[in-house]
Design a protein around this ligand. Sequence first.
Ligand SMILES: Cc1ncc(COP(=O)(O)OP(=O)(O)O)c(N)n1
Ligand SMILES: Cc1ncsc1CCOP(=O)(O)O
Ligand SMILES: [Mg+2]
Length: 233
Amino acid sequence: MTDFTDEELALDPHFADQFEQGFRPACQLYLISPPTIDETFVDALAAAFDGGKVAAFQLRLKGLDEEAIAQAAAPLQKLCADRDVAFIINDSAALAHRLGADGVHLGQGDGDPKAARRLLGPKVQIGITCHDSRHMAMEAGEAGADYVAFGAFYPTTTKETTHQADPSILGWWTTLFELPCVAIGGINADNAAPLVAAGADFLAVSGAVWNHPEGPKAGVAAFAAVLDWENEG
Ligand SMILES: Cc1ncc(COP(=O)(O)OP(=O)(O)O)c(N)n1
Ligand SMILES: Cc1ncsc1CCOP(=O)(O)O
Ligand SMILES: [Mg+2]
């Protein structure tokens, strides 16, 4: 891995190209599936979409083989297409390619982003986990990612996490780079405001929606308090 010096951070031509003071769209919701689902989940997902504007949905099913995920994906991918929500596959560029998904999310151990780009072409979104690392985020940008994901910002029971991110990394990223950044980890409607204020382009959320006491529609609707949905037209 390359180590970037402070001078390189300031002068790297690739990143300098991305530096713009222009328009940045308002922060949006990026919904992540529960780690396990059953055949009724498509109804829960439709209810979640009824709660407010969801920009992207990630199918994140842990411990299932590719065939089982592909089967589960079909009705969910159709619903996303009908509701104009980007359909993102977790972990596997090969599966995203097979399904014709709108994107893939890759962790640091989920394969080479450049190989994923070669497989998926320029139109499919590639997101990369960068934990709390500025270095990983810049490498992801250089490798051609469409977004970088930082986290976990808050304690979560959805995934065992070993990295804790501070909101300042979002401010640092958005000041320097145009490439969107995603905040993830234990985010709910009550603790999201500092992440939005720091510059998160997307809030990636699972438990706050699926475990909301009044159901997923209310879980999504609760984010209206922190996301500028009214101004989006
Ligand atoms: C938007 C987003 N950000 C981070 C992750 C975590 O990815 P990874 O580190 O590969 O861990 P798993 O999700 O695979 O357990 C994510 N899925 N989505
Ligand atoms: C997948 C993932 N990666 C880092 S934290 C996390 C879990 C996100 O789920 P929740 O919003 O329930 O904390
Ligand atoms: Mg992964």
